[in-house]
Design a protein around this ligand. Structure first.
Ligand code: G4P
Length: 529
């Protein structure tokens, strides 16, 4: 029905460790899309690098904000949706959930650092979903690690095969450009002037070795020829099906800052990545094109402003077309409704959406009825999309209220905040609500919890950090008696609010130890509600 519109959509997330160049690369993408005139206005450095206390102020001032959650722009006949995965201090479960709304991921790696901690975590979520992952190795204009080592690092650390689409010639001061394996030609490096789309580059075919030697020098040319032979022999063969299954990552080299290799990357990426993917629901797989409107909620953003207790629910449209004002069914709430104030981001401005298609993300005003993972569909249908997993928190604290008289508010507040998905709450097995353990993905969430309980529920709390860093759900909980497990000295048994048993560990190796000591036990890092 809306095939043309849907098939031109490409919805992806950019993942990286802070400082690898995600913002810079996004800016350059927008520049090509003509969404902004000059690179550099995706988000102010001030908001990207703020300290914890500032963050609170910023959230308070801007009230509900969809800034930098998703950007939409057109390029080369495609309609592109880029999902931002918050990093730095605001790394949280939302960062993971964002990946549930994407159809593929672009992984930005700093060429002098290789795979870093945050990339590793985000990659795991992409791998769990089996979505295509494209690698952009950035900062080639600076001294880089050995190219083979970089690829090795990705393969070993992340367990995915790599296939270089282009190959760098030197790095840092001796960076000469990249060799495009498809075109069998070298694209010469040149720095860009600020504000222009790209610098002047030459394309030198490998056949024309004379000119190539003249430009890049004999030494670089000899190395390149040797390396081409090596990669042609050694690296995984390009197989688009493997890419689509997330088993093979096409790798590109470039420099986002100098705007080198970005447009080439974008062009290849758009060709190789997928149109909006079909999603699993309880009635079967829902095809994005042949079905009417449906969506699922992947993120809820609470308003930090006390004067506005409302929230924004972000939903990913999974099929069909959305029209502002149309009646839809909120399946979990069992109600037919109109979505209020649907919004979308275009580069750096927010606007009300009149229509949107499968692949797009919209944010709607939420009076408190939506939960993460909820399905929205046409009034005459009823089905539920597969839920969003609960991601393993990595920081834990024991929380106690200062004033025991305010028990009720405390329990209500902490439960509501947990329901929004900002924190997870656990209890020691058999202890009732007396002692609550809070788990978060990013430490900033502790501050948010304290702040919100004080400001919204008038409850003061004390947080006492616990040494645990690893949590595991028990996959086969019906077959296992958690109290009878042979543990390690650093293991703690807890349960979530639904009574599901979980294990906490201080050391990662203890997880393996416990698996070894208890035959048949199955542990997982992703919880299913
Ligand atoms: P992030 O969003 O992944 O956290 O990274 P961001 O783009 O903010 O980039 C982090 C730093 O790395 C920035 O420098 C940016 O200019 C620089 N950078 C990004 N891409 C490249 C590249 O290809 N080559 C080089 N040499 N540097 C790159 P900064 O000094 O922290 O900020 P700024 O003052 O330059 O803006």
């Amino acid at each position: 029905m809306y095939e043309t519109e849907i098939n031109k959509r490409r919805t992806f997330a950019i993942i990286s460790h802070p400082d690898a160049g995600k913002t810079t690369l996004t800016e350059k993408f927008l520049l090509y899309g003509g969404a902004i005139n000059l690179a550099g206005s995706v988000k102010g450095k001030a908001t990207a690098r703020h300290a914890v206390s500032d963050w609170m102020e910023i959230e308070k001032e801007r009230g509900i904000s969809v800034t930098s959650s998703v950007l939409q722009f057109e390029y080369g006949g495609f309609c592109i949706n880029i999902l931002d995965t918050p990093g730095h201090q605001d790394f949280s479960e939302d960062t993971y959930r964002t990946l549930m709304a994407a159809d593929s991921a672009v992984m930005v790696i700093d060429a002098s650092k290789g795979v870093e901690a945050q990339t590793r975590k985000l990659f795991k979520v992409c791998a769990m979903r089996g979505i295509p992952i494209f690698t952009f190795i950035n900062k080639m204009d600076r001294d880089a690690n050995d190219t083979f080592e970089l690829l090795d690092d990705i393969e070993k650390e992340l367990g995915v095969a790599t296939c270089p689409v282009n190959w760098p010639i030197g790095s840092g001061k001796r960076f000469k450009g990249v060799y495009d394996r498809n075109e069998k030609a070298v694209i010469t490096f040149s720095d860009t002037e600020k504000g222009t789309k790209e610098g002047h580059t030459d394309v030198l075919p490998l056949e024309d070795e004379g000119r190539l030697r003249e430009f890049i020098g004999d030494e670089a040319c000899d190395t390149l020829l040797e390396e081409i032979e090596l990669i042609d022999g050694a690296s995984a063969e390009f197989d688009i099906d493997e890419v689509r299954r997330g088993k093979l990552s096409p790798v590109f080299f470039g420099s986002a800052l100098t705007n080198f290799g970005v447009e080439v990357f974008l062009k290849y990426f758009l060709k190789m990545t997928t149109t909006p993917l079909a999603r699993k629901a309880d009635i079967g797989v829902i095809d994005p094109v042949t079905n009417d409107f449906s969506a699922f909620v992947f993120k809820i953003q609470a308003n930090m402003n006390k004067a506005h207790r409302d929230r924004i629910a972000f939903m990913r449209i999974c099929s069909g077309k959305f029209d502002a004002g149309m009646e839809v069914k909120h399946v979990q709430g069992g109600r037919v409704m109109r979505l209020s104030q649907p919004q979308q981001m275009m580069a750096d401005s927010r606007h009300v959406v009149e229509e949107a298609y499968a692949g797009d993300i919209i944010g709607v005003f939420d009076p408190g009825v939506f939960s993460i993972g909820d399905t929205i569909c046409m009034p005459d249908k009823t089905f539920e999309y597969e839920g969003i997993p609960t991601f393993a928190p990595e920081h834990f604290a024991r929380v106690t209220q200062m004033d025991t008289m305010k028990r009720k508010q405390f329990v209500k507040g902490i439960n509501q905040i947990a329901q929004e998905g900002a924190i997870q709450i656990f209890q020691e097995i058999g202890s009732g609500m007396e002692e609550i353990i809070v788990g978060v993905v990013g430490v900033l969430q502790f501050e948010v919890l304290k702040y919100r309980l004080e400001n919204e529920y008038n409850v003061e709390i004390k947080l006492e950090n616990l040494p645990y860093e690893h949590i595991r759900w028990i996959e086969n909980k019906d077959e296992v008696d958690v109290m009878k497990l042979t543990g390690t000295s650093d293991m703690k048994r807890i349960q979530d609010l639904k009574g599901n048993p979980l294990l906490l560990f201080v050391n990662s190796w203890s997880v393996g130890m416990v698996l070894e000591r208890n035959e048949g036990l199955k542990l997982t890092e992703f919880g299913r509600n």
